[in-house]
Design a protein around this ligand. Structure first.
Ligand SMILES: [Zn+2]
Length: 1008
């Protein structure tokens, strides 16, 4: 509904917008809450009286309350959403660990009413029929008793020991606005929307509790003075902020315990060992509360706003010593200059049980005291608390807004890369096809991760784009006007847009419409370019081509010999001419030089006045160390590295490799040139130049989650190529199965057998068409994987498709299927298993290079690896028993043994000995016990045994270590298969007749 509305607004003349379509009325509430904490049950028992004024033009017939704590228990919609998305938090909790909030004895207009739970079995919303209709302008009183408990698993709210974070804890009035009653279940996506009102809150708690809450303490001792860590700064309670409340309070005043009471308020006797604290707040839409006897107090102030900090033992260095106070003051100063003065008398920053942070009016509950977190959460006091949006409908208005101002704060204080990192992250989602409109009703997002990414990150990016379009000073003015006009009111995106258009004097309909309600892709390119000398200057005419559906003003820069000029065009037309004057001779034209338009393809944004390479994509060269590939936002990165390896026929082979990429996903091209010296070594005689070329994922073939590649090579006696296509299918970014499917056509012919291990290759050419299907998923504690490859090939030689050998067919079928399962079975102990089946056959056996291998991957899989693919290469010589995992995986077996078909099973039980998250080079060391078994089926006799491949099994122990160098993670694996049922199949180095013998092998890949 709102999507249509806002899109329609984009076409309404600006005059209408100026008046603002945002809500012109809001309901008015006043809460009187009385509550007592029963320790150690952790239950808060209370009663509540709500005065409600119907300012709407509608006659109300029902009334609804939020019971937020009922989300944090089994069976709630929150728990259901968690379960669906693979999180288990509250669904498994038992009494007394889960949270609740019950109402009883509810009276409206003095009449008992019955509770209805419209979202049952979820009970976070309760509804009542009014005993009589409530006409516009009329008011009513709602009274209820209730009890509330927070959960032992913390999420915003929570309890731990004697600390209680009562975040959303009391029956809270549901907002009635132009959409009706906003009866949203509390689910992970969406937090707040409340009616502004006054709160008189009376809490009875054990005497040693130290409290933090919305509002100011007006009578009784919150415990701050006794907990105060700063002798030089006595506690200021701030009750003077509300002078009128004094008349409604009986008792000794704030900071002193006594017989405190509000007028016209339930006033039960204070139990012994308890104290009573009265709080008062005005113009807030929520009242938060937290307490712990261990809280330490420190105070401060920024202008008229008091700062209270409550931290925990152990926080002395990270919160104490005035650190958190100072950071809170810094955040207030920043927000003050950005929006305007804080409207409330105090802000309490406390160390909650849960990590992260949550904002409440006058209270931020934080998991740490980092400056960024404080600026973010305190920023919410502006964008959410004071500028009160509906987080279910337009979450970007608080999360996107506060993320935006936090990044701006970082930028203003010298942090770099805030905008760039966020923009790149959003671009990844856009290119992956994951993005959904920024302004979507929160529970309509496909999952919690996308919801988060859209309302925080892309919401932030939208506001950054607005800042780019209107400029810094106008953006400032927009924020101040928005704040001034809409403070302490309900706001929405349309209200913000109206302010932005009024202040900037710009029609921002397209910008708001596209960014908030669509998922456009932006791509501007340099079209035709002309330059001419005019008088004593130059004029460059540039055609700006819009290739994407996204439209945003775009800068066109001309870099001339001695000067530079920039002209901005509105970016709306598919082709538009821009004239850029310079004083000296133009050299380079750049579109969007600051990378501010979210242009996904920056490779077509440059034109150079040169003879050749006018439109060559901007690129940068670097020395490639293999482990880390550089990625840039606005240019192709090209890494160059020298290569060297050895094999028997070519001897030492030297070469150079160039690889490139754009955004880490496009133009992933590679060229490797190598030259074999034909020496040293007795068999080394071939001197030749080889090449390998790959073209992968060109920008012009962009399709979300698809990959294309073309390869051609002539390498070590083989030549051929590959044409491949693959795509990834996923319903959700963070959970659920990931499917991959692909097709490839491959040619591998032989032109020099000197390089080949004749036990791996016969002298024929192969053309093979293969389709693959893969899946990875989690099921409970299991990580499951499956792969299927099906295809077939043609065998040929110089005479064509003739049967090249008497026992070899022209056609063969090849199929492999593999399933893996992995799970943690105990702390530090992991089980992993694999089942495998492979067949490669025609009427006779397939060529040796396409057979199914007993112990490792097949020869074609090793084509890319210079240490494996040719005879005498480093990792295939006898002294270096290396295993390239694959095939039947019987790791003790020689890598040359193969057959037409086999089935196999592999198991590993791995125990972690050491785990060091921070260490990169050795992050994990583990030991493993393993066993492999395979049964060969049919086929020719093996040269080593003179028999067909039968049953083979091995078992042994191994050690593994995990490493990371640069961006490359890998493991080293040493396995000792002391048992091998067919010792004749062992590698030459371990030739023996005994099943039990010392054997070893290593690998830089996991066994499976
Ligand atoms: Zn936030």
């Amino acid at each position: 509904m709102i999507t249509l509305l806002a899109l329609a607004l984009a076409t309404i003349p600006t005059d209408t917008l100026r008046r603002g379509p945002a809500p012109s009325w809001q309901q008015r509430v006043a809460y009187d809450i009385s509550a007592r904490l029963e320790e150690p049950l952790g239950v808060l028992r209370g009663s509540e009286r709500i005065q409600y004024v119907n300012n709407s033009p509608d006659t109300l017939r029902s009334f609804s309350l939020h019971l937020h704590l009922n989300a944090f228990r089994p069976g709630s919609r929150w728990s259901d959403a968690d379960s669906t998305e693979g999180r288990r938090r509250f669904n498994d909790l038992k009494d007394p660990d889960y949270a609740f909030n019950h109402v009883s004895n509810v009276r409206i207009m003095g009449q008992p009413v019955m509770a209805v739970f419209p979202l049952a079995p979820d009970s976070t919303i309760v509804r009542f029929q009014l005993p009589a209709p409530l006409a516009p302008g009329d008011s009513m009183v709602i009274e209820t008793d209730w009890d509330a408990r927070v959960s032992t698993v913390a999420r915003r709210q929570g309890r731990k020991g004697r600390q209680y974070d009562f975040a959303q804890w009391y029956p809270k009035v549901v907002v009635y606005d132009r959409y009706g009653w906003e009866e949203h279940a509390l689910v992970p996506a969406g937090e707040f929307y409340g009616e502004f009102g006054t709160f008189r809150v009376q809490v009875d708690v054990p005497e040693d509790q130290v409290l933090g809450a919305t509002g100011v303490p007006v009578c009784g001792d919150p415990g701050w003075t006794a907990a105060n860590q700063s002798s030089s700064r006595p506690v200021q309670y701030g009750a003077e902020a509300y002078p009128a409340i004094r008349a409604q309070v009986r008792g000794p005043g704030p900071g002193v315990n006594g017989d405190c009471a509000f007028t016209n308020f339930p006033n039960p006797a204070i139990p012994s060992g308890y104290k009573r604290v009265l709080w008062y707040a005005e113009s807030v839409h929520h009242f938060a509360l937290s307490m712990s006897p261990e809280y330490r107090y420190e105070g401060g102030a920024y202008q008229n706003t008091l700062v209270h900090v409550l931290y925990r033992p152990g926080d002395e260095k990270s919160w104490g010593g005035g650190l958190a106070v100072k950071r809170t003051e810094t955040a207030l100063a920043w927000l003050d200059q950005l929006f305007g003065p804080f409207v409330w008398p105090q802000i309490t920053n406390l160390h909650r049980i849960d990590g992260g942070g949550t904002e409440f009016p006058m209270v931020i509950m934080n998991g740490s005291a980092s400056q960024g977190l404080i600026v973010h959460e305190l920023g919410h006091n502006y964008t959410m608390g004071i500028l009160a949006n509906n987080e279910w409908r337009e979450g970007w208005l608080d999360e996107g807004f506060t993320s935006f101002q936090t990044t701006w704060f970082g930028e203003a204080t010298g942090e770099r890369g805030g905008y760039e990192d966020n923009e790149a992250g959003v671009l990844d989602l856009d290119l992956g096809g994951w993005s959904e409109p920024v302004s979507l009703v929160s529970d309509k997002y496909s999952d919690f991760v996308i919801y988060n990414q859209m309302i925080y990150s892309k919401g932030e990016l939208f506001l950054a784009q607005l800042r780019y379009v209107v400029g810094d000073s106008v953006m400032h003015e927009i924020l101040q006007t928005y704040y001034q006009r809409w403070q302490l009111k309900h706001v929405d995106g349309a209200a913000f847009q109206a302010v932005a258009e009024e202040v900037s004097q710009m029609d921002l309909g397209t910008l708001f419409g596209q960014w908030l309600h669509g998922t456009p892709m932006f791509d501007y390119a340099v079209g035709r370019v002309r330059r001419q000398k005019i008088g004593d200057g130059w004029e460059t005419r540039v055609e700006v081509v819009r290739k994407g559906d996204g439209m945003i003003p775009v800068d066109v820069m001309v870099i001339a010999a001695q000067d530079t000029a920039v002209v901005r065009t509105d970016g709306m037309a598919t082709r538009a001419w821009v004239v850029v004057p310079t004083r000296s001779e133009p050299r380079i034209v750049l579109i969007d030089p600051g990378v501010r338009t979210h242009d996904w393809n920056m490779l077509n944004n440059r034109y150079r006045f040169v003879l050749i390479g006018k439109r060559a994509p901007p690129s940068q060269a670097y020395f490639d160390t293999w482990f880390t590939e550089r990625v840039s936002r606005d240019r192709v990165e090209r890494g160059y590295m020298p290569t060297i390896w050895y094999n028997s026929a070519g001897g030492i082979t030297v070469g150079a490799r160039a690889r490139s990429n754009y955004l880490g996903m496009f133009e992933e091209n590679q060229l490797l040139l190598s030259y074999s010296l034909g020496a040293p070594g007795d068999d080394a005689e071939v001197q030749q130049l080889d090449f390998f070329a790959r073209f992968k994922n060109p920008v012009w073939l962009r399709a979300p989650n698809q990959s294309q590649r073309l390869e051609a090579f002539r390498t070590e006696g083989r030549w051929g190529g590959l044409l491949g296509w693959e795509r990834t299918l996923k319903d959700h970014l963070a959970f659920g199965p990931t499917w991959t499917e692909g097709t490839s056509l491959r040619l591998v012919d032989i032109d020099n057998t000197a390089f080949l291990d004749r036990q791996q290759y016969i002298d024929v050419g192969i053309v093979e068409l293969m389709t693959t299907l893969g899946v990875k998923t989690r099921s409970g504690k299991w990580q499951l994987g499956g792969n299927l490859a099906l295809g077939g090939g043609l065998v040929f030689n110089r005479d064509g498709l003739a049967a090249v050998q008497p026992d070899l067919d022209q056609f063969y079928f090849r199929g492999e299927v593999e399933g893996t399962a992995r799970r943690q079975v105990a702390k530090k102990l992991t089980f992993a298993g694999r089942l495998y089946g492979g067949v490669a056959t025609g009427a006779h056996t397939a060529a040796k290079q396409r057979q199914i291998y007993l112990g490792s991957s097949d020869p074609f899989a090793q084509l890319y690896n210079p240490f494996l693919r040719s005879e005498g290469a480093l990792l295939v010589i006898d002294d270096v028993p290396y295993q390239a995992p694959g095939g039947g995986g019987v790791r003790a077996a020689d890598f040359r043994i193969s057959g037409p078909a086999l089935i196999a099973a592999n198991v590993e039980l791995e125990r972690t000995l050491a785990f060091r998250q921070k260490s990169k080079l050795f992050s994990r060391v583990s030991v493993a016990a393993f066993g492999d078994a395979a049964q060969g089926m049919g086929g020719p006799d093996q040269p080593t045994t003179g028999e067909a491949l039968g049953f083979v099994a091995d078992a042994g122990l191994g050690v593994r270590a995990s490493h990371k160098i640069g961006k490359t993670a890998f493991i080293t694996r040493f396995d000792f298969p002391f048992y091998l049922s067919e010792p004749a199949y062992s590698r030459n180095d371990f030739a023996t007749d005994d099943a039990f013998a010392f054997r070893w092998l290593f690998s830089v890949q996991a066994a499976f």
